[in-house]
Design a protein around this ligand. Sequence first.
Ligand code: XIL
Length: 395
Amino acid sequence: MRPFRFATVALATAALALPLLGGSASAASPAGPKAPPHAHGSHAPLRAAAPEGFVIGTAVAGGGHHLEQDYPDPFTYDKEYRKVLGREFSSVSPENQMKWDYIHPERDRYDFKQADAIVEFARKNHQVVRGHMLLWHSQNPAWLEEGDFTKAELRGILREHITKVVGRYKGKIQQWDVANEIFDDQGNLRTQENIWIRELGPEIVADAFRWAHKADPKAKLFFNDFNVESVNAKSDAYYALVKDLLKQRVPVHGFSVQGHLSTRYGFPGDLADNLHRFDALGLETAVTELDVRMDVPEGSLPTPAQEKQQAEYYQRMLEACLDVEGCNSFTIWGFTDKYSWVPVFFEGEGFATVMTEDFDRKPAYYALRDTLEDARHHDCGKGGPKGPKGPKHKH
Ligand code: XIL
């Protein structure tokens, strides 16, 4: 039974680099022309490799930065993309399709088309869905940000939005990111940027959780943010806030780390410790938006050493989550470099996902799969969402 430590997995990582040694960096894809033969000889997709009760997810590409690219909507139009999406993952997160500017384009108009399609795709493919998100400072429609609303009106708008959106997908969403990125890196609430907190005060955050809970009592309700992988000012702020809200019996169920990492920076080695402290509060934890970007000069491909380092980051994130009893959901922010948001948002960085633009598996893919398989073999079941579980013991 989890958690267990991953003494053996380091060896698997070493093996990951091997198929690349014969390949050349100038090959059509960084992982070589074809997916390299796998050291363990397994061809299980990620979702099948995962321990029982542990979901492995991806963002579903569409909206946001995709709208400005010269390809049609990936989720709707790219057949191969959809095939891999259904085959590899047991959880999906709409990348943009449930954000305010997408789902609520005018004050009196909601557009559920894409979100509905994703939820339906998930049902057909036996996947759970992470709802992303309900309260954020970004990607809000102009009618909201620039509207001249009274406090009472704004409160009504948020309440209606949450009730409607969460209610529509009642019973179909496993976890909701209720509050996204409400603190800055210093651990201060975004009292200026975030329209809700600015206009209605910090108490609105608790209300958002209450409204969401009322609309779908079974959905697990999360705080979600970036740069909270480590124990730092920002994650400390969440820890203090969550403690306080739990004391007030606000229905907060989870704390999740996005995990937008870059190999420019060291790996957040205290991730498991950080998650453990939230776990000890009785919360679920999750990794919700992992990608690992790399500096690659324009026109070049990552070197084998870079891909190995990237694979290690992916693996260590997964190991940390597997190490924590209530961390049962692990999501990568897209699975193919073809559609990643990274090159659009981070100049000079890219190749952040686990598959090439041609859907060839990169070392990072195998690192995830090895780690999942290892956990599944050592594990007597991850046990599903936090709740009755067997005793913890290490192997
Ligand atoms: C990103 C999307 O990937 C892009 O398509 C969009 O243009 C901007 O937002 N934190 C979050 C996600 O919570 O919603 C962001 O997604 C990435 C950072």
